[in-house]
Design a protein around this ligand. Structure first.
Ligand code: KG4
Ligand code: ZN
Length: 351
C-alpha cells in the first residue's frame, strides 16, 4: 500500500511516499527557514504563500524519488491540525484535489500524532508490543491480548510540550502539557533576545557547546498536582538577566547563558517524563518533535531511562523535526483504524 503524505502545518513544505505504513520510499522537505529568518520567526501569511509556490514541485520530487507515478498511489494523507491555519489549508486543499482526482481515500492526520509515529518509522521494535507488522487487523480480542506495554512519549516542538501515553498506533492520551510556552518556543525566544537568529533551538544548542551549564541558576517548575510543564519562568529569568547585563554594560557570556538555559529546560523535560512514567508504571519512554533533535536532551533522557531501568527510544534528528514521512505513517494507521475524510475536511488551527 502506497501513501502520498503532505505536511504544510508551519514553515516546511514536505511530501513523502510511505509503503505499508513504515517503509520510507521518499521524504522531501522544502524549508522556508531562510525566508523567515530575517523576520526573527515564522510569518504566517508568508509561509502560506510559499507553500502554494512549492507544493507542486515538492510532491513531484517525492514521487520521482520513490520512483512511482501518481497513479500508483493508494491514498493521500495530510496534516489538517494543529498548525497555522493558512499554511495547513494549502496542504489540505492540495490533498483534497489529488484524492478527488485519483479517486483514492483522503486521510486526515494530527501533526502531534505524526511526530509520535516517527518513532514507528525509526524503531520497528516499538510496533511489536501492539501488533506484529503486517497483522494490523481490526481483531479486538487479538489486539487486546497483544496490546500493552505501551510507552510514554514526550512530544516537544515549537508549539507543544506534551507527555502522551501511547497505547496503540492511534490511541494517544495526553498526560501533561505546558501551561505557557512550549519548550521549542522558549528556545526560539532565548535565541532571539541573544540575537542568535531563527530557529532558536539548533543555534542555542550550538552556542551551548562551549558554555558552562552551571553559570546561571535557573528555576525548574514542578506542579504539585500534575506533570505539566511551565517554561515562562526560566525564559523570563534569562531575559531579565540579559537586560540587567545590558543596562550595566556588562559583557554577555552567551555560551554560558545558552548552556544554563539548555540544561534547565532539558532537565525539566526529562524529569517530568520519568516521573509520569513511574507513576503510570510504564517502562518505556520516548522523545519526538523538533526539540528532540537536541543532542543534550537525547543523552539526558537516555541517562534518566537507564538510571530508572526504563527503555528509551528516539527517532533520528531528521525524523524529529517536521517532515511528511511521519504523516504518511500516521495516515496509514489512521486508515487501518477506519479514519478517512471526505471533501468537507477542513484545516483546524488548534485542538
Ligand atoms: O516539530 P518542529 O520541527 O515544528 C513544530 O511542530 O513546531 O519543532 C520546531 C521547534 C523549534 O522551536 C526549534 O527551535 C526546535 O524545535 N528545535 C530545537 C532543536 N532543533 C529544533 N530545539 C532544541 N534543540 C535543537 N537541536
Ligand atoms: Zn512539528
Amino acid at each position: 500500500m502506497l501513501i502520498l503524505a503532505i505536511e504544510t502545518s508551519c514553515d516546511e513544505t514536505a511530501a513523502a511516499v510511505i509503503k505499508d505504513g513504515v517503509e520510507i520510499l521518499s521524504n522531501v522537505i522544502n524549508s522556508q527557514v531562510d525566508i523567515h529568518q530575517k523576520f526573527g520567526g515564522v510569518v504566517p501569511e508568508v509561509a502560506s504563500r510559499h507553500h502554494i509556490e512549492n507544493i507542486k514541485s515538492v510532491v513531484s520530487k517525492a514521487l520521482a524519488q520513490a520512483n512511482i507515478k501518481l497513479s500508483d498511489i493508494d491514498a493521500i494523507a495530510v496534516t489538517n491540525t494543529p498548525g497555522l491555519v493558512g499554511a495547513l489549508l494549502v496542504g489540505v486543499s492540495y490533498a483534497k484535489g489529488l484524492s478527488f482526482g485519483l479517486g483514492v481515500p483522503l486521510i486526515p492526520v494530527n501533526h502531534i500524532h505524526a511526530h509520535i509515529c516517527a518513532l514507528f518509522l525509526a524503531h520497528p521494535k516499538l510496533c511489536e508490543p501492539f501488533m506484529p507488522r503486517g497483522e494490523l487487523v481490526a481483531d479486538t480480542a487479538k489486539r487486546e491480548k497483544q496490546a500493552p506495554p505501551a510507552f510514554l512519549c514526550l512530544v516537544a516542538s515549537g508549539g507543544h510540550s506534551h507527555i502522551i501515553h501511547v497505547k496503540d498506533f492511534t490511541d494517544f492520551e495526553v498526560i501533561a502539557r505546558t501551561r505557557d510556552d512550549a519548550a521549542g518556543e522558549a528556545y526560539d525566544k532565548i535565541a532571539r533576545i541573544l540575537g542568535l537568529g531563527y530557529p532558536g533551538g539548533p543555534l542555542v544548542s550550538k552556542c551551548a557547546e562551549n558554555g558552562d551549564e552551571n553559570f546561571l541558576e535557573l528555576p525548574r517548575v514542578k506542579m504539585a498536582d500534575s506533570f505539566d510543564y511551565s517554561f515562562s519562568g526560566v525564559k523570563t529569568s534569562v531575559i531579565n538577566y540579559v537586560h540587567t547585563c545590558r543596562q550595566k554594560g556588562e559583557e554577555l557570556r552567551v555560551a554560558d547563558i545558552c548552556a544554563s538555559f539548555q540544561r534547565a529546560v532539558n532537565e525539566a523535560l526529562c524529569q517530568h517524563l520519568i516521573d509520569a512514567a513511574t507513576d503510570l508504571k510504564v517502562d518505556t519512554i520516548a522523545l519526538a518533535g523538533g526539540v528532540a533533535a537536541n543532542q543534550k536532551l537525547r543523552e539526558l533522557a537516555e541517562k534518566f531511562a537507564n538510571d530508572n531501568n526504563m527503555k528509551f527510544y528516539c527517532p533520528s534528528a531528521e525524523l524529529c523535526t517536521d517532515n511528511a514521512a511521519m504523516v504518511g505513517c500516521s495516515g496509514y494507521f489512521n486508515m487501518q483504524a477506519g479514519t478517512t475524510a471526505d471533501m468537507s475536511l477542513n484545516a483546524i488551527a488548534t485542538i
